[in-house]
Design a protein around this ligand. Structure first.
Ligand code: HEC
Ligand code: HEC
Length: 301
């Protein structure tokens, strides 16, 4: 772990000193003994501390033990930040694991397994959550993200398009669960969600085959990219850039092409192919989405 690097080095040095100290003392004791034996001198002429008597040996021994204890204490203290970082990391891992369970249960249906938004490549229904903006490491941006995500989860947003999840609002998520989700999202731990979803056989709606094309088409047209420019009465689509799509099944598309599934698909994929110079931008969508759009528009009579 990087944050433990400095502390780890300091610990190693202190522990080395602690190991060397007794060796040095023993060596010194042995040497002075040898000097004493070789010279056959009086004890009093030798190093006064090391050789006088058993008493001073005990003092030296006591000092060594004290110094050792002191050094080990320093080593322990120096290692503390490292241990704290490790504990924090472990806590985070628990939070991410719990958040993955919550997310797979409640959020995949709109935001997708990888947090890319409902219809992954065009970010419909649920906004994309696996974004670099939400994973900002700048402390201020991070704080703002945490606040925004917490508030969005507790209270919901956009008149319930994003539902309220907080227990305060009758939802299933308590403060801790929301906190865990916030950690998972700001850390960008989509790997944990993907791994869990895989073991549970959960797929993003986009990966699953479209079983109800009209419903899927309605989602795309009224809650997705089309809604910013088109209105459909009785739905969330209130865009006013292009014509309202009410009754589209009963008129020519763009005033030029018969209404049928093939022409709807051609129009959406590239309006200019049917009406050169059309002001509607082309949409590069998967064929199954185009089918779904055509199926839904056919119901607008
Ligand atoms: C019914 C569909 C739906 C479900 C289920 C859902 N969301 Fe959302 N979520 C949305 C929509 C729609 C938005 C965009 C709201 C808006 O337009 O402001 C959104 C927005 C968000 C945002 C704000 C993103 C941003 O950058 O502004 C977060 C965070 C979020 N959802 C997290 C979650 C989590 C976590 C869960 C599961 C507990 C969840 N959502 C479940 C539809 C959903
Ligand atoms: C950026 C704005 C914009 C978006 C987004 C957009 N459109 Fe359009 N759309 C237009 C405009 C402008 C026209 C009229 C263009 C013309 O007649 O040349 C139009 C026309 C149409 C028409 C023909 C309507 C009529 O009354 O003849 C259909 C159908 C249509 N759009 C479907 C879609 C679908 C489906 C989507 C989403 C995949 C979509 N549009 C997204 C701007 C948009």
């Amino acid at each position: 772990m990087e944050s433990g690097g400095g502390a780890g080095f300091l610990t190693t040095v202190v522990v080395l000193i602690a190991l060397l100290l007794p060796v040095l003392v023993l060596f010194e004791a042995w040497r002075s003994r040898r000097v004493a034996l070789a010279d056959d001198a009086q004890e009093a002429t030798l190093d006064p501390v090391l050789s006088t008597a058993g008493m001073s040996r005990k003092i030296v021994f006591g000092m060594v033990v004290l110094t050792e204890a002191f050094l080990l204490l320093i080593a322990y203290g120096a290692n503390e930040p490292f241990r704290q970082a490790e504990a924090k990391e472990r806590q985070k891992e628990f939070a991410v694991e719990a958040a993955a369970h919550t997310y797979v249960q409640y959020c995949v249906s709109c935001h997708g397994v990888s947090g890319k938004g409902y219809l992954e490549n065009i970010g419909l229904v649920g906004k994309p959550l696996a974004t670099s903006a939400l994973q900002a490491t700048d402390p201020d941006e991070h704080k703002a993200n945490v606040r925004m995500i917490t508030q969005t989860l507790v209270n919901g947003r956009n008149a319930g398009a994003m539902p309220a999840w907080g227990v305060e609002n009758g939802g299933p998520l308590n403060y801790q669960m929301i906190n865990e989700l916030t950690i998972m999202i700001t850390d960008g731990r989509w790997d944990a969600v993907e791994a869990l979803a895989k073991t549970q056989g959960v797929m993003s709606p986009t990966e699953a085959p479209i079983t109800d094309p009209v419903a899927a088409g309605k989602l795309i047209v009224t809650q997705g990219a089309c809604a910013s420019c088109h209105a459909v009465s009785g739905t969330a689509a209130k865009g006013a850039v292009g014509p309202a799509l009410d009754g589209i099944a009963n008129r020519k598309i763009g005033g030029v092409a018969d209404f049928n599934a093939a022409n709807v698909k051609k129009w959406v994929a590239n309006p200019s192919s049917l009406k050169p110079g059309s002001s509607m931008p082309p949409y590069a969508l998967k064929d199954s989405y185009l089918d779904a759009i055509a199926a839904y528009l056919a119901t607008l009579k």
